[in-house]
Design a protein around this ligand. Structure first.
Ligand code: AQP
Length: 321
């Protein structure tokens, strides 16, 4: 068994990228491992500046994870800010983190390039993330490809600390799925809440179908053969398809004479089937919020026990105790 940890930001409704890149791994890895999964509300503070909205997003994201199959009997689900030890550890780590290490982080640079507002929280985000990971002696961190660099930063920070103060932190590894490391959005760019190109996991069929129909496609005539590889509509179809279904669709692309509308319809139907159970479960859970609050409270208690031990180890190592 392995100590697995990952987090998701409560910044809005989760999308196919979050699910196929990360959440699906949480569910798989909760079997036979010690899973710690958290709602990253401290991270979300860099973008959500509305208290009521943030509170609502935290509950919504918890409902989403539970509905998708996260099982509190198998894994620990908690809210990041309920473990204050992580914020203390973050300061200890920040104090030894070179500016250059953070300046090289692509996620931050990309947001700056797109003109999105940045603050010191966004800049130092990878250090809080390192504290999240190190506070639980995590060995494996299931994430999408966009987070791999941050796991490297975490290892770098941990190694520096271990080198200066003696062996204190466990070095984590990222777990990234080959076939869905970077799920494209409706415009072909990485699916991302901040790029407004997402396809949601939950919502009314009608609304989601409308969004699927909006996926951009090229304007070549129907009779032209097309290469499926590199086509984001084909990639989205592949998320739900078996090997045989993928090959069948690829043959249609290469043969020409079919419409993108046909593929979109197939994507809509496959996604509805795939998420039908989770959508039903979510409606049930919405009626049982006391249960959800209890799960989060129990999760925070378990998480704090582990984090307190690691924080104390780090404090002793660097002379704070
Ligand atoms: N397009 C994606 N493909 C594969 N994995 C993805 N992830 C996100 N987008 C994709 C993975 O989902 C996990 C949780 O993500 P998050 O909500 O914590 O934050 P994020 O990466 O910041 O997600 P967004 O939608 O891209 O939000 P913004 O726009 O705020 O940055 C992570 O493991 C992530 O890798």
């Amino acid at each position: 068994p392995c100590r697995v940890l990952s987090g998701i930001q409560p910044t809005g409704r989760p999308h196919w990228g979050n699910y196929f890149g990360a959440i699906r791994q949480y569910i798989d890895l909760q079997e036979n491992n010690q899973g710690f999964y958290f709602i990253a509300d401290l991270h979300a503070l860099t973008t959500v500046r509305d208290a009521e909205a943030l509170r609502q997003h935290v509950i919504d994201t918890s409902l989403d994870l539970l509905a998708l199959g996260l099982d509190p009997k198998k894994a620990t689900l908690f809210v990041q800010s309920q473990v204050p030890e992580v914020s203390e550890l973050c300061w200890i780590l920040l104090s030894g983190t070179p500016m250059g290490l953070l300046q090289r982080c692509v996620a931050y640079k990309e947001k700056m390039d797109k003109g999105l507002p940045a603050d010191a929280g966004l800049f130092s985000y990878p250090v809080l993330q390192a504290a999240d990971i190190l506070a639980y002696d995590s060995q494996l961190v299931p994430v999408g490809a966009d987070q791999v660099q941050h796991i490297e930063v975490c290892r770098d920070i941990a190694q520096r600390f271990n080198h200066q103060f003696g062996d204190t932190f466990v070095l984590p590894n990222a777990s990234v799925l080959d076939d869905s490391a970077k799920v494209p959005g409706t415009d072909g760019e990485k699916m991302s809440k901040s790029y407004d190109n997402t396809l949601p996991l939950f919502g009314t069929t009608k609304k989601i179908r409308k969004q699927i129909m909006r996926i951009t496609t090229d304007s070549r005539p129907m009779e032209d053969p097309k290469e499926p590889e590199g086509d984001h509509l084909y990639q989205l179809f592949s998320l739900f398809a078996s090997e045989d279904q993928k090959q069948e669709m690829a043959a249609k692309y290469r043969g020409g004479g079919f419409g993108y509308g046909e593929v979109k319809k197939a994507v809509a139907e496959a996604s509805e089937e795939h998420f039908a159970k989770a959508r039903e479960k979510r409606l049930e859970l919405e009626q049982n919020l006391d249960y959800v609050h209890q799960v989060l409270a129990d999760g925070a208690t378990r998480a704090r026990e582990v984090a307190a031990g690691v924080l104390s180890r780090a404090q002793k190592a660097c002379g704070l105790r």
